[in-house]
Design a binder for this molecule. Structure first.
Ligand code: GUN
Length: 293
């Protein structure tokens, strides 16, 4: 095989954001509705701070309102729950995202459960998980949604493809499996206890790597011509420099794969674009209006 096609997530994400921006303009003009997204950040993890800043900027660029709440790393669970409750009843706020991970003293499951499911733009609330898994209208987790949009843009119909999802997190692996099943793929979810991971991954027409292990997927794990979506964002030291790498060994795998997403510039920008998309969807549903075409 030659070199894989590089799937440009950055360019595709800017199309998605522009589309959201157009729809937001219609909502404002027709209904006086300006969707609002609230992001809660607990503590001062530098990577999370960068994400939150990017989310805020993109929200404003799409013509929506952005609200940011920073809370001290020592904050109590009750204080986080009280903040979420305020946002649940705030009419300006259509979407609520509490940045994960949370410090140990705060129970993430309890915080997620406290978010009004209609405002749960992360799609992490069990109501949305249940809706997705039963084929109903859910708010869908942003990273898997971004991966799916890129795959559909590349392939069109995904019916009958062998999809292997590496990783079983609630944020990516499990919802990714559900989404691909909904698209009629044959889905296998593999993880740290799977026997013969390389062989399982080699069966994939579509391979989604979401384990958080730098450059774990090697070229002999990949079927020639497969589409490889790399969800990992890992910071490593190489040649004395700090670098971002994915869960896929990009250099060797791009010699075998048919198409591959780069890190950075692949899945990451799509996640933010899908967050804006979900916020617009949530605002329309809350207002009882259909999404502009
Ligand atoms: N931390 C890493 N990814 C995510 C995400 O998609 N949503 C939230 N809330 N936190 C995250």
């Amino acid at each position: 095989m030659g070199s894989a096609e590089i799937i440009d997530g950055k360019a595709f994400a800017s199309q998605v954001r522009a589309d959201v921006g157009k729809k937001a303009a219609v909502l404002k003009e027709k209904y006086g509705l300006i969707p609002g997204l609230a992001v809660v950040l607990v503590g001062n993890d530098p990577a999370s701070e960068v994400y939150v800043k990017n989310k805020g900027r993109s929200t404003l660029e799409a013509g929506m309102q952005s609200f940011e709440y920073k809370m001290d790393s020592e904050v109590s669970q009750e204080e986080v729950l009280a903040r979420v409750e305020n946002l649940n009843i705030d009419d300006r706020v259509n979407g609520i995202l509490v940045q994960l991970p949370l410090p140990n003293q705060v129970d993430a499951d309890a915080v997620i459960a406290s978010i009004n499911p209609e405002k749960d733009v992360d799609g992490f609330h069990i109501n949305n998980v249940g809706l997705l898994n039963t084929g109903q209208d859910a708010l869908i987790p942003c990273t898997p949604l971004g991966c799916l949009l890129m795959l559909k843009n590349y392939y069109g119909d995904l019916s009958g493809k062998n999809a292997v999802v590496l990783g079983r997190s609630n944020i990516v692996g499990k919802p990714m499996g559900s989404l691909l099943l909904r698209e009629n793929c044959t889905v296998t979810i593999v993880h740290s206890r799977t026997i013969d991971l390389p062989n399982q991954c080699r069966q994939a027409d579509i391979l989604i790597a979401a384990v958080g292990k730098p450059e774990m997927v090697k070229s002999d794990w990949v079927k020639p011509g497969a589409v490889v979506i790399d969800v990992g964002i890992n910071r490593i030291e190489r040649d004395g420099k700090s670098r971002l790498v994915g869960d896929v060994d990009f250099t060797s795998v791009s010699e075998v794969a048919g198409a591959i997403t780069p890190v950075p510039g692949g899945v990451g920008p799509m996640t933010i674009a899908c967050l804006l998309k979900n916020t617009l969807t949530a605002a329309c549903r809350q207002a009882g209006i259909s999404e502009p075409e």
